[in-house]
Ligand binder design. Sequence first.
Ligand SMILES: Nc1nc2c(ncn2[C@@H]2O[C@H](COP(=O)(O)OP(=O)(O)O)[C@@H](O)[C@H]2O)c(=O)[nH]1
Ligand SMILES: [Mg+2]
Length: 275
Amino acid sequence: MNSFNANCENCPVHNANNLVKLGIDMKDFDFVIALAGNPNTGKSTVFNALTGLRQHTGNWPGKTVTRAEGGFEFNGHKYKIVDLPGTYSLLSTSTDEEVARNFILFGQPDVTVIVADATRLERNLNLILQVLEITDRAVLCLNLMDEAERNGIEIDIRTLSKELGIPVVPTAARQKEGIPDLLQYIDEVATGKYKCKPRRIKKRDPKLQKAIKLLSNELKQLFPNLPNTEWVALRLLEGDQEIIKAIKTGELEHLERTELLSNASDSIKKEKVTI
Ligand SMILES: Nc1nc2c(ncn2[C@@H]2O[C@H](COP(=O)(O)OP(=O)(O)O)[C@@H](O)[C@H]2O)c(=O)[nH]1
Ligand SMILES: [Mg+2]
């Protein structure tokens, strides 16, 4: 009997079909991680600390934006990690933002690691909250902690983690401090052991909220497994052309887990059967 079923909370959630379209080959990997963050937060340093020499660079399909991807193993799981362009937001107003947003939305990475600058947490929160609107699987890597300490900045990690609803890991990536904890939390979120409860905007204008609810209910019927219908509804109300196109072409449909399961790579299937 194949124990890999649609209701398995521990199964990978990434969208194998869309990842291929986004130029990611998931053959021989169990989980895919996206690395997001503002520019200069130490994203590349974290990427290097996680992957070592197992990495290569190329371009995003159809774009002149460079992409680094690499791999590592942890706890018997094979991870692919994709470095997204450094951005301050995901509103898709630049190619970089579009690339980062589309990857999280359509690729549905098993974990999105957001690298933030501990010395400028407030400024970084904008992107953190936007990522949490799109995905419910994320880990905050609070980097440059050595700089924060040097500047007398204290951060209440536990409260921040509770407020955001995701693990928060303090790191000083240049010194490789905190990387083992980061790996542990990535693995817990990827395997479903840690269940994130991402903070999302709840209070909106009642009229807007009603419109979102209406549209989101329709989206749920069309795409029963879409995890973020309210966010998609809001984008539709804004007239977001990319999202409208994704609905017309059926790209959003591919976010359904049933689709993922029938197309998941053999290696993933094998891994799950043996558990
Ligand atoms: N002090 C300190 N510097 C760091 C840390 N992580 C990265 N850096 C430095 O910050 C600069 C930007 O890092 P980089 O990884 O290129 O950032 P990216 O633009 O987010 O990819 C580089 O000079 C790094 O060596 C850290 O934890 N502590
Ligand atoms: Mg970089």
